[in-house]
Write a protein that binds this ligand. Structure first.
Ligand code: FA5
Length: 343
């Protein structure tokens, strides 16, 4: 038995010398030290050893086992260190390398225009109110003097949702809600998303409007003209020329469309303004007395004006944006070109 143990030790130490990697070391450990390993088998053979020799043989087996274990442990530590060093080498960070930089966000042009409009209107004493985007036909059309058979409905290609519900086509719906809930004198603006079945370079199915409404005694077209002129000059600069052009909306009488000097050609005429030197910005007018009466406001005592710019159009003009789609694509290249102030 002693010879067998010493022979096994000699063989094991010989094999240990040839181990060069972790996989072989693991295989060696299984071969000698696992439950079915050669050393464990030796211990099982103790049964056949005469009882008086057992302590000595047992001690010899343990000594051989400890020797193999300690040499194996040294090898394992060596391979662990080598693996760690390799990992550190491959994951090394060169702190002297120049940084790739981080993409910097920009405030969206639409948000900038909205902020300018809001700031200007709040400064002029307007209160901000909002309304629902999924709207009742009544608020979007009927109460605004556009009954079901009115041809003006065709001008606003509507997303109907079934029943009396639709996606609002204009923020003018908020005028009605405000007049129903607030008593004159009234001075409100209402920013928000609007929806139409419409899509080309200047039309989007989702766009933004900014409704303004003033109701008081003795409000006239002069108030509308002077307020809008002031607002648009605040946005586009004092040298901007404003033109009021007769138009038609069922909810205003008289109605106007308001144009401003084309910022691309400064009024000289270009492809953007189709040679006119002017760009259409918004619809406006004196609130139709029928609309006031629909909301329970005495039209003999009160009068008012309303206006509704397309905010995406204002931003397109202010930032010289070629297509309304640019506003919705969130392309970082486009956004980073829009970081100048309007004025
Ligand atoms: C209206 O929507 C009226 N509610 C405006 C108004 C308010 C008139 C108060 C009188 C009193 P209109 O359909 O013209 O009007 O739209 C107003 C503006 O919204 C347009 O001048 C345009 O700038 C913008 N607009 C309309 N449709 C789209 C669209 N599909 N995409 C982007 N902008 C649009």
């Amino acid at each position: 038995m002693r010879e067998q143990i010493l022979e096994l030790e000699r063989k094991a130490l010989e094999e240990l010398k040839d181990l060069t990697n972790k996989a072989d070391t693991d295989a060696f450990k299984i071969k000698y030290l696992s439950k079915q390993g050669l050393i464990t088998n030796l211990s099982r053979g103790m049964r056949d050893v005469p009882s008086e020799e057992r302590p000595v043989v047992g001690e010899l087996i343990n000594k051989v086992k400890r020797e193999i274990e300690s040499r194996l442990a040294l090898l394992e530590t060596k391979y662990e260190e080598e693996a760690l060093n390799e990992k550190l080498r491959s994951e090394k960070v060169d702190i002297t390398e120049p940084s790739k930089g981080t993409a910097q966000g920009e405030i969206h042009p639409l948000h900038k225009i909205f902020t300018k409009l809001m700031d200007a209107c709040v400064e002029m004493g307007f209160t901000v109110v909002t309304g629902p985007e999924v709207e009742l036909d009544y608020y979007n059309f009927e109460a605004l003097n556009v009954p079901k058979d009115h041809p003006a409905r065709d001008m606003q290609d509507t997303f109907f949702l079934g029943g009396d519900l639709l996606m609002r086509t204009q923020t003018s719906s908020v005028q009605i809600r405000a007049m129903e809930n607030m008593k004159p004198p009234l001075k409100i603006v209402s920013p928000g998303r609007t929806y139409r079945v419409d899509s080309d370079a200047t039309h989007s199915p989702v766009f933004h409007q900014f409704e303004g409404l003033v109701i008081d005694e003795n409000i006239s077209m002069v108030d509308l003209k002077s307020m809008l002129t002031q607002l648009l000059k605040m946005l586009f600069g004092d040298d901007t020329k404003i033109r009021f052009r007769p138009s038609y909306f069922p909810f205003t009488e008289p109605s106007v469309e308001v144009d401003a000097t084309c910022p691309m050609c400064k009024g000289a005429g270009c492809t953007r303004c189709k040679g006119t030197g002017l760009i259409e910005l918004l619809g406006a007018g004196m609130v139709n007395p029928k609309v006031l009466e629909n909301c329970g406001i005495d039209s003999n005592k009160y009068s008012g004006f309303a206006f509704g710019p397309g905010v995406d159009r204002l931003a397109m003009v202010a930032y010289k944006v070629p297509s309304i789609k640019n506003m919705f694509e969130n392309d970082m290249k486009f956004l980073s070109q829009q970081n100048g102030e309007i004025r």
